[in-house]
Design a protein around this ligand. Sequence first.
Ligand code: 5RP
Length: 220
Amino acid sequence: MTQDELKQAVARAALDYVVEGKIVGVGTGSTANCFIDALAEIKDRIAGAVASSEATRKRLEGHGIRVFDLNDVTELPVYIDGADEINARMHMIKGGGGALTREKIVAAVAEKFVCIADGSKLVPVLGKFPLPVEAIPMARAQIMRELASLGGTPVVRDGFVTDNGNLIIDLKGLEIADPAALETRLNQIVGVVTNGIFACRPADVCLLGTGEGVKILTAS
Ligand code: 5RP
C-alpha cells in the first residue's frame, strides 16, 4: 500500500469514532484532508464540525459541512487529526502544517482525541521531526536564543505566517526524553504561543495505517 492509501484507510476508519448528531473536531494536514473527504459522505448524520485551521475550514465548507466557531460549542465528543510523530504513550509532535496552536485548543475541548497516521509516524522517541514552536514575531530573536540553549538548532520557517499572524520556529536535533516536561518548559518562554509537543494532552487512541491493516493503539 502507498502512504496515500494508508492515510485514506485510517481516515475512513476514523468515521467509526464520529458521534451521530454531534459536532466533530477536525485537524489539519494531508491525513486530516482524507478524513474530511470521507466525512463528507456522512455529513447528513452530523451537526457539523469545528476546524483547527483556515485550510480545514475551507475544505469542510467546500463539502457543504457546517463549521462552528469553537466559542459557540459546549460539547465536542471527538477530535480527529494527524501527527508528524507519535510514540507508544500517545505523545505526539504536531505542527508540520503550522496549525499547532488551534489544533491544541480544539484538542483541549474534545473529550476524545483520535490520531490518524500512517505507520511511518510511529517512533520510539520523539524529536527526529523538527519541533514546531509558534512565536510572537517581536520575540523571535530572544526565543531563538532560549531554544538554542536547550541544545537544538532553531530555524525560522521561511515565509510562513500562521492563521494567528505569528511565526513558526522549527527546533531541530532534539531527542525528547520527557515530552510533557519539555512541552511545559517551552510554554514558559515569553513570546511562545505554544509548541508542537502534545503530551500533556496526548491522543486517546491512534489509528495506525500498516500493510496488515489499520491497527488501533492506546497508551502503553
Ligand atoms: C498540522 C499537523 C498535521 O497533523 C501533521 O503535520 C501531519 O500532517 P500530515 O497528515 O500531512 O502528515 O500537525 O499542523
